[in-house]
Design a protein around this ligand. Structure first.
Ligand code: 5GP
Ligand code: ZN
Length: 151
């Protein structure tokens, strides 16, 4: 323990309290990093402030029908917390992205997409202006059903 001397129990207790406070501060900061954007239409849908035709909901994800469908089945899966686009995701979002992708086939079947391989569905994530993204809250399009489709 050298220069600082051996910690006595009181010091150890305050060190633990300090670490707990530090941890709480870090957790708050990362949640605020992408929590909710007051000007974002999909944050408003996730919060229930704008109505949507819900397909699925859990603590971190929401799926709802696209307001302007291109095909017999067209819904969007979004994280409830605001992430502006796929370009904004971090390695820590891998589990969230994995959950969205594994949910897609389940919800596609539930919403009436025909089974693979004759049926199937398209999964699309428009990212940025050149990627065709219009709503800047990460969303995964799931599109399917009998053709022809509008797009
Ligand atoms: P993007 O081009 O950003 O990938 O797609 C955004 C999608 O969101 C579009 O297909 C559009 O029809 C859909 N959309 C935009 N505003 C609303 C809305 O208020 N409610 C629903 N359900 N869909 C929306
Ligand atoms: Zn948002």
């Amino acid at each position: 323990w050298g220069y600082w001397g051996a910690p006595n129990p009181a010091n150890r207790r305050s060190l633990l309290i300090f670490l707990k406070i530090l941890n709480a501060m870090i957790e708050t900061a990362s949640a605020v990093g992408h929590a909710h954007d007051d000007n974002c239409i999909f944050c408003k849908i996730a919060a229930g402030h704008i109505p949507s035709r819900k397909v699925y909901e859990d603590e971190e994800l929401l799926a709802f029908h696209d307001i302007a469908p291109w095909a017999p089945v067209h819904f969007l899966i979004i994280p409830k917390r605001h992430i502006a686009s796929l370009a904004h995701t971090q390695p820590a979002d891998a589990a969230l992205l994995g959950r969205i992708l594994t949910l897609a086939p389940q919800l596609a079947a539930q919403e009436g997409c025909n089974p693979y391989p004759a049926g199937g569905f398209r999964v699309q994530i428009n990212t940025g202006e050149e990627g065709g993204q219009e709503v800047h809250h990460l969303h995964v399009h799931v599109i399917g059903g009998p053709r022809p489709w509008k797009k």
